[in-house]
Design a protein around this ligand. Structure first.
Ligand code: GLN
Length: 461
């Protein structure tokens, strides 16, 4: 894997143009299928600019991959769907504007589950993403392309989006670091929505320091997103030396492989002299169900915009409005997306609204309260990110089994708090991630704790 400091070191003796060309050679030969669209000409012209000393900023000359649900002006943005196969946005997302302002080199758009719905990137219209550690296994989802391109040395930094775990899952499966920021810290302007009240764009990278750097760039005020908190983020690594109070979330676990490694990690944390205790989250058992009701409800309403008229997939032969609308959607959306539109429409329908949606909102409040009370006694909470090692491609054929894999990640989105996945070693040759959670806008605590732990696991990675 390539860190920002390693890349910068190489830039001292080599031309950015040559390094970026080398990266594209690697990407073009790769079997991972991490990218949907490459921006080779644009990236190489930016690299030349860097070589001429014309590219300035915090990320100058650093190659970044962008998840394909984030709008990029003039660059195809598909959201992993046939519906948007030829869609070229006329504007940049807020985070992309920030990348450009800071001199980053955008390599291309990464593969993802269709409309970010999935845990394995198998629902992408553009084919599955393979795990850099085992090509027969998935890279996780939905930001599978962003995880795989980092794990496979095909980018230095990447952006993902996380509605219910989509940054943390591929980070865990590909052995990289990724953080879902507090809801409202990063503007969602230009993010193609799946479930607006849950999702955030966030940084993924090969080490904690790099994730923090990218978060500094993308976080902050943007009036075009009404849920934006207007708060900037500045990383202060000096806080990493403090004594952390660490809570283990009792209900969040995994299978034998994952739990075995997690217990070893807990021993390491105790060995650092931190105060370690257990916390219980009574609402945990309802969180997954509540998430799938809220997420699909919001999705069913969001996805109504794909009507084959305004943009996206269209048919040549017109018909009555209802027939045309249904046909476009029948052909343009994949199976998982249609399933979720149906689930969401059902949960929001007049007779069932109170029974499902309203109840789910109540659970959401309980989940937030559980986290708030646990975080009164502890600075950070820890648990395995995913309950399992990366799956074999095709292993999760049944949708319900796939949904269950999000059990440890979705409560964080319901509560709106930040959570990071840190690689903490391998089991059977496959990476395992530790989920580190903190209070609202306490990204610095989460990152500092991760930085402290990263040192302990640095020999492994
Ligand atoms: N796997 C979860 C889902 O399918 C989360 C997806 C995401 O975070 N975008 O809804």
């Amino acid at each position: 894997m390539i860190t920002v400091s390693e890349w910068r070191e190489r830039l001292e003796s080599e031309k950015c143009y040559d390094l970026v060309s080398e990266l594209f050679d690697r990407i073009e030969r790769s079997k991972l299928n991490a990218y949907i669209t490459l921006c080779k000409d644009f990236a190489l012209s930016q690299a030349e600019k860097y070589d001429r000393g014309e590219l300035k900023g915090k990320l100058s000359g650093i190659p970044v991959a962008v998840k394909d649900c984030i709008s990029t002006k003039g660059i195809r943005t598909t959201c992993g769907s046939k519906m948007l196969e030829n869609y070229i946005p006329p504007f940049d997302a807020h985070v992309v504007e920030r990348l450009k302002q800071e001199g980053a080199i955008i390599l291309g758009k990464t593969n993802m589950d269709e409309f970010a719905m999935g845990t394995t990137t198998e629902t992408s219209y553009f084919g599955v993403v393979r795990n850099p550690y085992d090509l027969d296994r998935v890279a996780g989802g939905s930001s599978g392309g962003s995880g795989a391109c980092l794990g496979g040395k095909e980018a230095v930094l990447a952006l993902g989006s996380d509605t219910g775990g989509s940054i943390r899952c591929p980070s865990s499966f590909c052995g990289v670091v990724g953080i879902k920021p507090t809801y409202g810290l990063v503007s969602r302007y230009g993010l193609i929505p799946y479930a607006n009240s849950l999702e955030q764009i966030g940084p993924m990278a090969c080490c904690v320091e790099d994730v923090a750097l990218l978060l500094e760039v993308i976080a902050g005020k943007d009036e075009r997103d009404s849920t934006n908190a207007g708060v900037e983020f500045k990383f202060d690594p000096s806080k990493a030396d403090r004594k952390f109070r660490v809570g283990i979330v009792k209900e969040m676990g995994g299978n034998e492989d994952v739990n075995g490694r997690f217990e070893e990690v807990v021993e390491v944390v105790k060995g650092l002299g931190f105060e370690v205790g257990e916390v219980s989250m009574p609402s945990f058992k309802y969180a997954l169900a509540a998430y799938y009701i809220i997420a699909t409800g919001e999705a069913s309403s969001n996805l109504a915009r794909y009507d084959g008229v305004r943009y996206g997939f269209a048919l040549d032969k017109l018909d009555t409005w209802t027939k045309y609308f249904s046909k476009v959607r029948a052909l343009g959306f994949g199976e998982e997306v249609k399933r979720r539109i149906m689930l969401g429409t059902y949960a929001l329908s007049a007779g069932y609204y109170g029974k499902y949606y309203l109840k789910a909102l109540r659970v959401r409040t309980l989940v937030r309260r559980d986290f708030e009370s646990a975080l009164k006694d502890y600075d950070v909470l820890i648990a395995p990110t995913m309950p399992s090692l990366p799956f074999k491609i095709g292993e999760l054929a049944d949708p319900l089994t796939m949904y269950k894999m999000d059990v440890n990640t979705v409560p964080i989105n319901l509560a709106g708090i930040p959570a990071l996945s840190l690689p903490v070693g391998f089991v059977k040759g496959l990476p395992v991630g530790l989920q580190i959670m903190g209070g609202h806008f306490k990204e610095n605590d989460v990152l500092c704790f991760a930085l402290r732990l990263e040192k302990e696991f640095s020999e492994v990675f």
